[in-house]
Design a protein around this ligand. Structure first.
Ligand code: GLY
Length: 360
């Protein structure tokens, strides 16, 4: 299904841009330039499809998209280089082992490392603006994969040191006693103090924005993979507890867009959070005892089954060519609300491949 559907999507996207979402009213795939934080997901998803099917057309499409993305290895305008360059070139190098792809990853890691701020012991997510002095968002945990992988594979060891320091600072400052996380922390670069703990995409400063909880779960599971630091494993398991025991997690295990959304049970779901949580739980299961593994894998299975059902998965040829419907980008800004999103597809296929590799 993904092979056929992504050929539809590929035909809907001009050669110099990347898909973002589908505008149903205008019957048009919305696209972005390669600096948008999601630019690595389309090539990454194509590579996951190729990995499973070995379809030559899909491989050729992935290569074309990697070629337009490659220049962003020098980009330092945000913290998203990990999403952009590791989900794409990381997978390409894993599958094909081309030295030039590894060089791209190393350069991207160096670019991302320029955003490390020693005074706050963290990577600055977005540039300062009228809203924030030095914002660090929970999503940033995901970009540590690029840094850690690069150092573990011959690049400067300082990249991984930065990743570890960022992960430690995030444990210290970003979480509440119940292991839910704030979305944005604003730091003072002079004193290193946390000025405010707020939200940007969530329902309230005090709420648990669902995708943010997923980024944290995935981030600490992944950092345990690279470091074997038990604190990270414990953090991931505690985040998993918050998500899995949450009274607002629906029976089909696809979260509302925020665990504290005002109109639950009528709030919108976020398929992207579901896909990401499924993929993370499958990895966490690899580092867990029998009982925990059983619970994590059972929830991941339910998520995968829900996403694969008619409720979330598009019909062939529809949805602009995206696989999944019903994700939420940024509801407070009325942006990308109840739509397909490129990263929902990416983490859904990643979860399916992980399930096949580890649990079938
Ligand atoms: N990293 C941005 C988001 O999750 O929407």
């Amino acid at each position: 299904f993904a092979v056929q559907q992504y050929k539809v999507l590929s035909n809907n996207v001009a050669a110099d841009v990347m898909p973002v979402t589908f505008n149903e009213k205008e019957n048009k795939v919305e696209t972005s330039n390669t600096k948008w934080w999601c630019s690595g997901f389309f090539p990454g998803t194509l590579l996951y499809i190729y990995e499973y099917t070995k379809d030559a057309e899909i491989k050729a499409e992935a290569e074309k998209r990697l070629a337009i993305l490659e220049k962003e290895k020098h980009y330092t305008g945000n913290h998203d280089l990990g999403f952009m360059m590791y989900c794409s070139f990381g997978n390409a190098y894993r599958l094909f082992g081309k030295p030039e792809d590894k060089a791209t990853i190393d350069t991207a890691a160096a670019s991302l490392s320029t955003r490390y701020r020693p005074s706050i012991k963290a990577i600055q997510s977005w540039d300062s603006s009228k809203n924030f002095k030095c914002p660090v968002i929970i999503d940033n945990m995901m970009n540590l994969e690029l840094l850690s992988w690069a150092s573990d594979n011959g690049a400067d060891p300082k990249f991984k040191e930065i990743a570890i320091t960022h992960a430690n600072t995030t444990i210290k400052n970003h979480f509440r006693p119940d292991y839910s996380s704030y979305h944005v922390l604003d730091y003072d670069l002079t004193t290193g103090e946390v000025l405010r703990k707020v939200t940007w995409q969530g329902a309230a400063d005090s709420s648990a924005w669902s995708r943010g909880q997923g980024w944290g779960l995935y981030g600490y599971t992944m950092m345990y993979r690279f470091t074997k630091d038990k604190n990270y494993l414990l953090q991931a398991k505690n985040i998993a507890k918050f998500i899995l025991n949450n009274p607002n997690l629906p029976a089909d295990k696809i979260p509302y867009w925020d665990f504290d959304a005002p109109n639950i049970p009528n709030a919108l779901r976020d398929a992207s959070a579901g896909a990401l949580i499924a993929s993370a739980l499958l990895e966490l299961g690899q580092y867990s005892n029998k009982k925990e593994k059983k619970e994590y894998v059972a929830v991941a299975e339910t998520i995968i089954q829900s996403l694969a059902s008619d409720k979330y998965r598009a019909k062939l040829g529809e949805n602009g060519g995206f696989l999944l419907m019903h994700s939420v980008g940024a509801l407070p800004f009325k942006s990308e609300v109840d739509v397909p999103l490129t990263y929902a597809d990416y983490y859904f296929l990643e979860a399916l491949l992980r399930y096949k590799k580890w649990y079938l």
